[in-house]
Design a protein around this ligand. Structure first.
Ligand code: NAP
Length: 348
């Protein structure tokens, strides 16, 4: 096999960890950037993965805000997987500093290094379905049955859905930079809500806090009628690997298995783990959520434009061009929940 190294940014993150492990298991030399390679809590699991895999792990320190920080880690790499970007949706005080700047400046910084690194042939960017739509109501407004790769989020801003805004701005900038040169090709993966077991307990990913709501009592009285395109973290990692290493891949790829509501997630978990956990058993009326939402982190504009609106994604492109198949959502959710139980037992 080709022994040209590959680079993963944000290699210690929830998704980055699975991607790094998938690449190591496939025998690649992985240049992995993290903010602090000496932080055992953040990188210990990567070293463990490398110890039992045929590939080789080389850790580098790089911050998205340090211009040129990715030049050295990118040295000799053929493919760059750029996953690093904050995925936070609650308690955001300064959306520009906490979300937009790391997403946008980070993308400019990493792709700037790709422009200076002669070995780089391909960049795989982790975007999101939220670069495709802003709110669930957008599907109704567009008059379509499902979003596909032609759609772009035009409704998010720093004051409304700032995470979604950070993703669409970063992806657009990546396309501008890709179009301005001809050596490397940009391939974009647009995952839905990523769930499934985490290799790291030291991630701030909203994926992990979303699942924690099913055990901490947040949804005990009922769930807002909200839908997500859910996808398994292991499948997203595999989609990235294929996007980076398969021939003739280009463009955007929605990476979502199927739409699931918060209530259905509760029902799936309840069927497997029983009623001793506070899984939601009913949906809450929209007017009630509109009233109390702002006190529990759901702004009224979000409630108005998302609660009660169906959501669907057309995933034909990724199935056809990358040959992806997806684990059943039931497996994703139950494996994730089992890992949370195991982590909880280990820390008691
Ligand atoms: P995560 O676990 O929080 O990973 C984010 C990664 O970005 C971490 O490695 C983090 O490093 C790194 N990072 C943040 N700020 C940085 C900075 N200033 N400099 C260097 N690294 C920085 O979240 P995730 O869910 O795995 O998200 C990974 C990617 O997938 C993101 O691009 C996200 O937008 C995208 N995505 C996620 C989902 C999902 O449902 N999870 C869905 C679609 C797209 P530290 O550990 O040092 O903070």
């Amino acid at each position: 096999m080709d022994d040209t190294p590959v680079l993963v940014t944000g290699a210690n993150g929830y998704l980055g960890s699975w991607l790094t492990r998938t690449l190591l298991e496939a025998g690649h030399t992985v240049h992995a950037t993290v903010r602090d390679p000496d932080n055992t809590a953040k990188v210990g699991h990567l070293k463990e993965a490398a110890a039992s895999a045929p590939g080789r792990l080389v850790l580098f320190a790089a911050d998205l805000f340090d211009d040129g920080a990715f030049d050295e880690p990118m040295g000799g790499c053929g493919v760059v997987f750029h996953t690093a970007s904050p995925f936070i949706i609650n308690d955001i005080k300064d959306p520009d500093a906490e979300l937009l700047q790391p997403a946008l400046r980070g993308t400019e910084n990493v792709l700037g290094s790709a422009n200076r690194s002669d070995s780089v042939q391909r960049v795989v960017l982790t975007s999101s379905v939220v670069a495709i739509y802003g709110d669930a109501i957008d599907m109704h407004v567009a008059g379509v049955d499902a979003f596909d790769e032609q759609h772009w989020n035009t409704t998010s801003s720093l004051s409304h859905q700032p995470y979604n805004y950070s993703k669409v701005r970063a992806e657009k900038r990546a396309w501008e930079m890709a179009d301005a040169q001809s050596r490397w090709r940009l391939v974009v993966i647009n995952p839905g809500l990523v769930l499934g077991p985490s290799l790291t307990q030291a991630s701030d990913s909203a994926s992990l806090s979303t699942m924690r709501q099913f055990v901490d009592g947040t949804l005990k009285l009922g769930a807002p009628e909200l839908e997500f395109g859910v996808v398994d973290v292991r499948d997203v990692a595999e989609a990235h690997r294929r996007a980076g290493l398969q021939d003739d891949v280009s463009g955007r790829h929605i990476c979502s298995n199927r739409t699931v509501s918060l209530l259905e997630i509760g029902q799936i978990l309840r069927a497997e783990f029983g009623a001793r956990y506070p899984f939601p058993t009913r949906t809450l009326p929209k007017p009630l959520i509109w009233l109390v939402g702002p006190f529990s982190g759901l702004p009224r504009a979000f409630v108005s434009r998302n609660v009660g609106y169906p959501l669907a994604f057309d995933n034909r492109r990724i199935r056809q061009t990358l040959g992806m198949t997806f684990r059943p959502v039931e497996q994703t959710l139950c494996d994730h929940f089992r890992q949370m139980q195991a982590d909880h037992r280990a820390t008691r």
